[in-house]
Unconditional design. Sequence first.
Length: 204
Amino acid sequence: MDLEGLSDIAVAVLDALSTRRSIGRLKPDCPDRYLVERVIQAATFAPNHRHTQPWRFLVLAGDARSHAGEVLARSLLRRLADPETPSSVEALRTERAKFLRAPVIVVVAVEPSIEPNVTLDEEIASGAAGVQNLLLAAHALGLAAVWRTGDSVRDEVVPNEFGFAKSSVIIGYVYLGYPDPGHTVKPRPSRLPSEITTRWEGWT
């Protein structure tokens, strides 16, 4: 990306957008709470229709990650045909331990507004924009993060088990920490050319 001639802030923003990567291999060291608060705050600057601010966050560290892992395991248990098979037992063990892969887990949800002119898809879009802000802020602060989802985000019981309102929708789980220096980050996959993704009309 050619950044020549742009202002410092333009260069910083565009550089952050183009260099951010999803990084799942993290050091066990827990970031300072102040840094985590800053990335959460960044999420709340996302656009939202009629200023409903639908985003809600559950920030997990320490033993709270294991307790939250039980929510994932119960969700999987509801989907298993036979929880007693060796493969099911192993899958449940893996599910319980998922949140231990990062020192900080941010569960992101949206709580739908009662505003008559605001739809659920708009609230979800706003929540997703908030996650992007969070990821960019983490990158800017020297942290690493990856946004994960999975079948549990579509489980209608899970939001309430995480302490959100029953009507809430889980947007995903952000695994947050410091990048593992022993792990090489893969190059960013190439993007489709603009000739495929973009149409221009009325331009000369």
